[in-house]
Ligand binder design. Structure first.
Ligand SMILES: Cc1cc2nc3c(=O)[nH]c(=O)nc-3n(C[C@H](O)[C@H](O)[C@H](O)COP(=O)(O)OP(=O)(O)OC[C@H]3O[C@@H](n4cnc5c(N)ncnc54)[C@H](O)[C@@H]3O)c2cc1C
Length: 433
């Protein structure tokens, strides 16, 4: 069965992609990558550039998952601050992960430039508006941490943020000059073309069903063929399905959460001029993040969490459209042209996971809703690990696959978490500093 791309603004405006045929028969290779999002494609591209034989299997076409549907904001760093990473991982590991996260945007823009990928990429700067005085005050720590690394990040006060965003809903904003933007589906398609051009074999419409070890080689089995490989990398992120026996417990090690986006019909010239006039993209600091950007054709894209169903039924998008109208009241009557969703993979510790459950078998996942720059850099890192870099040198530590208790009830848990986070955001907004 062919998986259809969601009917999104991105699908309607992307650069044309190549069509990748399904695997047909037996193949032998050095590395088999499962999953054709940014992580799988970046790994395949970097491996092929090193001259390593690589085959990539994707259940749909490249970009069918979150990589073709997201907000297109290339964000430096993780959601956790440096001090949080150090508190949870220790001084050395936390500092190393934080330092690595500073390279996400450069790695992405370099790769795009090097391969001439047409995806409207630019370093437009990134805004993180604060919904409360307390969250605004918390930026001081972030700004100090990045400035200590030589980054000229700074804070915008309430009136500066209002002018930069076109909304006076926020109390101020964090500005990071490194942040960038791109067309997410065009980027995925360009990555796939670059990887294939560098020698990677990419197969679409090919669901990997099982991964087996026969004593001297791994075999990845799909309905239409098998791939034998010395090493296998699974990067199926929030689309990791417990129905496939790839790695026991992997699907239960993350919580897959649908995330929603809408695109308005093009705004009038007057409205356009007032919203994000500097061309930055923005994602706020609420626990239930809203993110937004304005397109050259005047469409305004706005994302957030919805009711957790995966549908394009307008009623499921009510939370998102209501928030859009609250933050940008000037757009409350603007028609919505597209509605779509994709899944993000949440980990309980908020950082990406890397597993190596058996020699030659790897799994990398857990984007926590931020994965354009991160997955591009993670792919480069995976290509190094798969070609011999010692695991101890990896900024993402190798850990055992750990099942989240009561994972079978994750949707109930996610609903409760959404309710709780929404309550926290509301409380926080009205809290006295
Ligand atoms: C609505 C939304 C907005 C977002 N906005 C941003 C943003 O602005 N900035 C940002 O940095 N991040 C954002 N993200 C997160 C970002 O999109 C993801 O972190 C990133 O795309 C993850 O890439 P990936 O390659 O790990 O996974 P994916 O792109 O999800 O790819 C996984 C792929 O694996 C395939 N697959 C699954 N199982 C199998 C199998 N058994 N065999 C073969 N193939 C399989 C799937 O078909 C899928 O294509 C957003 C996400 C969403 C959903």
């Amino acid at each position: 069965m062919t998986l259809q791309m969601p009917d999104s603004y991105w699908a309607a405006t992307a650069e044309p992609g190549d069509h990748y045929l399904a695997l047909d028969g037996q193949l032998k290779t050095s590395v088999c990558v499962i999953g054709g999002g940014y992580l799988g494609l970046s790994t395949a591209l970097h491996l092929a550039e090193k001259g390593v034989d690589v085959v990539l299997l994707e259940a749909g076409q490249p970009g069918w998952g979150a990589s073709g549907s997201n907000g297109g904001q290339i964000i430096p760093g993780f959601k956790s601050e440096r001090s949080d990473l150090i508190a949870s991982m220790g001084e050395e590991a936390g500092s190393r992960l934080f330092a690595w996260s500073g390279s996400f945007v450069d790695d992405t823009l370099d790769l795009i430039g090097r391969h001439g990928i047409r995806c409207q990429a630019s370093r437009a700067g990134w805004l993180q508006p604060a919904h409360s005085v307390n969250s605004f005050n918390a930026y001081e720590k972030r700004v100090a941490e990045w400035q200590a690394e030589g980054i000229e990040a700074y804070m915008l006060d309430r009136s500066e943020a209002s002018a930069a965003l076109g909304s006076d809903w926020y109390m101020g904003a964090y500005y990071d000059p490194r942040g960038g933007r791109l067309h997410p589906l065009s980027y995925t398609r360009g990555l796939a073309r670059a990887a294939a051009g560098a020698g990677a074999w990419i197969f679409g419409d090919t669901l990997a069903e099982r991964v087996e070890w026969s004593g001297d080689i791994w075999t990845v089995r799909a309905a239409t063929g098998d791939v034998q490989a010395d090493q296998v990398l699974i990067c199926t992120n929030a689309y990791t399905d417990s129905g496939q026996a790839l790695v026991p417990g992997l699907a239960q090690s993350i919580v897959p959460i649908p995330s929603y986006m809408v695109a308005t019909a093009p705004l009038s010239d007057n409205l356009r001029k007032s919203i994000l006039p500097g061309g930055e993209t923005a994602a706020d600091l609420k626990k239930l993040t809203n993110h937004f950007r304005l397109e050259e054709d005047g469409s305004f894209l706005f994302g957030g969490r919805g009711d957790l169903t995966e549908t394009d039924d307008p009623s499921s998008f009510r939370c998102v459209t209501a928030k859009l109208a609250e933050i940008f009241p000037q757009l409350k009557d603007q028609p919505i042209a597209y509605r779509w969703s994709g899944r993000v993979a949440i980990t309980t510790d908020g950082v990406p996971h890397l597993h190596n459950p058996a020699p030659g078998l790897w799994a990398a996942l857990g984007c926590n809703g931020r994965g354009i720059g991160f997955a591009t850099s993670y792919g480069k890192l995976m290509s190094d690990l798969l070609s011999g870099m010692p695991a101890l040198d990896s900024p993402v530590p190798v850990t055992a696959v750990s099942r989240i208790p009561f994972h079978v009830f994750h949707l109930i848990g996610a609903r409760a978490a959404l309710w709780w986070k929404n309550r926290q955001d509301t409380r926080d907004r009205h809290a006295k500093p």
